[in-house]
Structures are given as C-alpha cells and as structure tokens.
Design a protein. Structure first.
Length: 310
C-alpha cells in the first residue's frame, strides 16, 4: 500500500482495493512516515509491517535545525507553485529549489493566475534564470488546459508534489489535476488584496490520483522555509558560483573580500549577478547554522546541536 495521509495518531493508505486505515505497531511514531511512502501491510489485520526504501524524500527542519518534518516521499517531480502577482519572490523560490535538489526530485516552477495579468512574460523572466535547465510553466490552475501543460510530468507511474505559499493556487491545481467534482474538491481561498498573500486552505499532506495515471501530493502552504543539510542542493542551485570557486586564489575563499577571488571578479565584470551572490551567501550561512555537526573519532562520533560557528 501507499501512505495517503499522516495524522498525529493515525495513518491511511491507498491500495488496489481502495483506501484503508492502517493499524500501527506498538510504539510506532506517525512522524516517521511520509505521504507517498510505500509500506507492506498484513492483509488480514491491516497492520503496518514495514516501510520500503524511499527513492526520494522531501523534508525540512524547524528553525535552528531542530525537529525534522517529512513533507513527501517517492516524488519524481516537485511543482513549485507561485502566482503572477506580488507574491512572486525569487529568494523564496530558491529555497524551494534547493529543497528539491537535495531530495533528488526534478523541480518545475508553475506560475499560476496567468489569466489575471496582461502579460505573464515578465513573471516568467524573473524565475527562468534561477537554476540551469529549470522548466517554467505558466497557466490558469482552474482551466482544463492546465492538465495538458503539466502532462509530461503526470503520466502513469509518476508522482508529483505541490509546494508553495498559501493562496497561489495549489488547491485549485490539485482539483484540476485530480478531476475532483464539487463534492470532493479541495477548498480554495482568496488572496488578500492588500499584500497578495493567501490564507491556508490545505491543513495536511495528502495523496490523490491523477486522471492520467499518476499521483499528486498536496501540501499545506509554506511561507517560511528554513534550510538545513542542503550543501549539494545549494551547489546545484548556484552552479555558476560553484564552478568559479576552484579558480579562486585561496581554497577557503568566502567570495566576499579575499584577493584573487574569481567570484568577485565575475561580479565586477558584470558576468555574475551580485544579488545572486548575496542570496547564495545568506543560504550558505543559514545552512551552516542549522546543520547538526558530527565530531569525535571514527566509530564514536557524537552529533552536536547546530548553532553559529566561527
């Protein structure tokens, strides 16, 4: 079976026979399971016996690198949803991208509410260069054409997850992709006109079938995403900086003030965006502050709580 919802004291799953509420072993913690997990279940009792190995895992830590929160498992493509209005924020999208990179999923930026602006091209231009090879799709989340635009990632055997802040159209997109009727449709909410920010309508993660044979995982709106343990994902997101770093005079160059810094040389020459470097540095420092550190001899290492280090 496949985990469909995870609550504080219960877990439900999907199987060929339909949805089922699973029984959990004694001392089992629902926080150890993610929507999208594949599990083995005893046929007669519906007791959860074992979780199968994950292909990918989207997760985040709370501020300060504390408790780990599992967002979704076995996701092939992450639809990072934002809208063609003032809610679009490049720095926040980069956080979502680094999360996708670290998990090993393929990120796709989905720009919703394209029907509500005269020209969606400026919004597309703002995000197209955030990462090399990044796919960007503009659409109306409520229109049937949205299914066709996202079809390359939603075929049989494929799993996509929706991630983004509240009010950007995730629930509308879920309803469109899953073909839900009025009785089953996920509630949607309007954005506040004053600041273009949305209200939460999705309160928990859930798995839904897509008409084309794939699966979609819906997630609650995330406005603040603290990064932790994302070094590889950061290098992929800021590949232009990672590639210049070996050319610096000093191996431990911080790319801020050292002589012979290839990154600062590129910024001065205008071939590298200074704002990108500033955002890279901010994420790098946050990652260092939030990532737990292992120390001690091999075989007897201890994990030290994260915190600012010189």
């Amino acid at each position: 079976m496949r985990i469909a919802t995870v609550h504080r004291t219960r877990v439900t799953a999907e199987s060929v026979a339909g949805p089922a509420r699973l029984k959990l072993p004694v001392h089992a913690n629902t926080a150890d399971y993610a929507v999208g997990d594949w599990v083995l279940v005893e046929a007669d009792t519906r007791m959860l016996a074992r979780r199968l190995d994950r292909k990918t895992l989207l997760q985040r830590r709370t501020e300060g690198g504390g408790t780990r929160q599992l967002l979704a498992a076995n996701v092939d493509t992450l639809f990072i949803v934002t809208s063609c209005n003032d809610d679009l924020n490049a720095a926040r999208l980069e956080r979502y991208l680094v999360l996708a990179n670290e998990a090993g999923t393929t990120p796709v930026i989905v720009l919703t509410k394209a029907d509500q602006v005269a020209d969606a091209a400026p919004y597309r231009d703002q995000v197209a260069g955030l990462q090399r090879g990044l796919e960007v799709v503009t659409l109306n989340a409520k229109a049937p054409e949205a299914v066709l635009k996202l079809a390359p990632w939603c075929g049989a055997g494929q799993t996509v997850a929706l991630l983004g802040s509240s009010g950007v159209g995730k629930s509308s997109l879920l309803n469109t992709l899953s073909g839900k009727g009025p009785e089953e449709a996920q509630l949607t909410g309007r954005i506040r006109e004053a600041d273009s920010k949305g209200r939460h309508t999705t309160t928990s993660r859930s798995l839904h079938a897509i008409a084309g044979g794939g699966w979609v995982i819906d997630t609650p709106g995330i406005r603040t995403l603290h990064v932790s343990e994302i070094a590889a994902g950061l290098d992929l997101l800021f590949a232009e900086i990672a590639e210049l770093a070996p050319l610096c005079r000093f191996g431990d160059c911080t790319h801020s003030h050292e002589p012979g810094c290839a990154v600062q040389t590129a910024v001065t020459a205008g071939t590298l965006d200074r704002a990108r470097v500033d955002r890279w540095r901010k994420l790098l420092e946050e990652n260092r502050s939030n990532t737990p550190v292992q120390s001690g001899p091999r075989g007897n290492k201890t994990t030290r709580a994260p915190g600012r280090r010189s």
